[in-house]
Design a protein around this ligand. Structure first.
Ligand code: ZN
Length: 81
């Protein structure tokens, strides 16, 4: 059983790996042996604070660079034009 702190650390490490790539989150979690984290609220919250996946181009970017579209989905700076 992982604590919220540990999940936060895993999320930050994974965010570094995902940032600037189109890597698949499910696959990456399976690689580190923690596939159950994909549906974990603490983990998802921590990851969303670091990186988000652009719904237009599928690239992971820093959350601070994202803006929500009309449906409140994250869109990266490049795709906003
Ligand atoms: Zn984009």
């Amino acid at each position: 059983m992982l604590t919220a702190d540990v999940k936060g650390k895993i999320a930050r490490d994974l965010a570094e790996r995902l940032n600037g790539t189109t890597l698949n989150l499910t696959y990456e979690l399976e690689e580190i042996g923690l596939p159950e984290l994909e549906g974990d609220a603490d983990f998802c919250y921590a990851l969303d604070n670091e990186v988000e996946r652009c719904v237009v181009c599928d690239w992971w970017c820093e959350t601070s660079e994202m803006e929500p579209d009309d449906s409140d989905q994250p869109v990266c700076e490049d795709c906003r034009g």
